[in-house]
Design a protein around this ligand. Structure first.
Ligand SMILES: [Zn+2]
Length: 327
């Protein structure tokens, strides 16, 4: 029975809402851009990270690759062609434009290069996509606001939302209230990395501030009141099991996916960083089936939840609703 499910998992249509471009660059594209042989270990976190900050160090090499328009275009194109191999139907890929901006490359050039790469790949593989622009916690907030303003013209034209990412323990959510009030005024929907390795208060602040989705949300574990609030507001919870275990956001035992499902939260299953975490959507599905007894029906529910909370337009949502997602 499990073998049958394993085979079905490989071919079934998939949706990923939480996937970072820099952490999901294919080895081939990294080699092509850096013009040298790269060992997988140079990119993969494995199981040796002590915390989120150490995990984030694995992004140094991919970030070197996205400092030119050519690199950005290639990274985005190869990424989409890669996810197509596991029958991905829709992906929201996120990245931090400011991490590629320097005196010879402005924010618009950065965003346009990524959009071009994705468009080029879409004509070849047919995967639908949207881009989420991440503000990084360690960047000056006036720069993040300028980035959002520069991104505004692409909203609905390939870019669907903004996000807050980076080292949550060092930069708690309360410092970003005003930035996301501004994001709201600019008309952006947003998701926030919260409760990945911080306190449940970060999740609550993000929701109060208007986030319609939470990246990770592990800190909701053991907090039924906060869970109920998120469930009532139909907040999407973007869970990324492999990454959460690698960053020590959670332990293998007691990973709260079942607790969140039982609390009625809109759980979605995601990869976070395909390359840095050495994973794929198929692997994440297999992992939660093996480890936490998730059933085929429940996998289907994760993807239906993903359609509901995605930032896609109605046309894409309609198409995704028509997919034969697990049972
Ligand atoms: Zn993430």
């Amino acid at each position: 029975m499990k073998d049958k499910l394993k085979n079905e998992m490989k071919t079934m249509p998939k949706i990923d809402l939480h996937c970072h471009l820099d952490g999901s660059m294919t080895l081939k594209s990294v080699e092509q851009i850096l013009k040298r042989k790269v060992e997988p270990e140079e990119l993969e976190a494995g199981n040796c990270c002590q915390n989120l900050a150490e995990y984030l160090d694995r992004f140094l090499l991919p970030l070197q690759c996205v400092q030119t328009e050519k690199g950005l275009r290639l990274a985005a194109k190869e990424f989409l062609l890669d996810v197509a191999k596991e029958n991905m139907k829709y992906v929201e890929v996120r990245f931090a434009p400011l991490s590629s901006v320097h005196d010879r490359l402005d924010c618009r050039q950065v965003v346009e290069a990524v959009l071009e790469g994705l468009k080029e790949a879409e004509t070849q593989c047919g995967v639908s996509w949207n881009v989420i622009a991440c503000a990084m916690r360690h960047h000056p907030q006036e720069d993040s606001l300028a980035m959002m303003k520069a991104c505004r013209e692409y909203l609905g034209e390939g870019l669907c939302a903004v996000d807050l990412a980076g080292d949550e323990a060092s930069y708690p959510m309360e410092g970003f209230r005003e930035l996301f009030a501004q994001a709201k005024r600019l008309g952006f929907p947003f998701t926030i990395h919260a409760g990945e390795c911080g306190r449940v208060e970060n999740v609550l602040e993000a929701v109060e501030g208007g986030a319609s989705r939470i990246g990770h949300g592990i800190a909701l574990k053991g907090h039924p009141k906060a869970q109920k609030l998120c469930a009532d507001k139909r907040i999407g919870i973007e869970m990324c099991p492999t990454s959460n275990l690698q960053t020590r956001a959670a332990e293998r035992e007691g990973y709260p996916i079942r607790e969140f499902m039982d609390a009625g939260l809109l759980v979605t299953l995601n990869t976070d960083n395909r390359t840095v975490s050495g994973t794929s959507m198929t692997q994440e599905m297999d992992f939660v089936v093996q480890e936490y007894g998730v059933t085929a029906e429940e996998l289907g529910q994760f993807f239906r939840n993903a359609v509901e909370v995605s930032f896609a337009n109605d046309e894409i949502k309609h198409r995704l609703c028509g997919l034969k997602l697990f049972r």
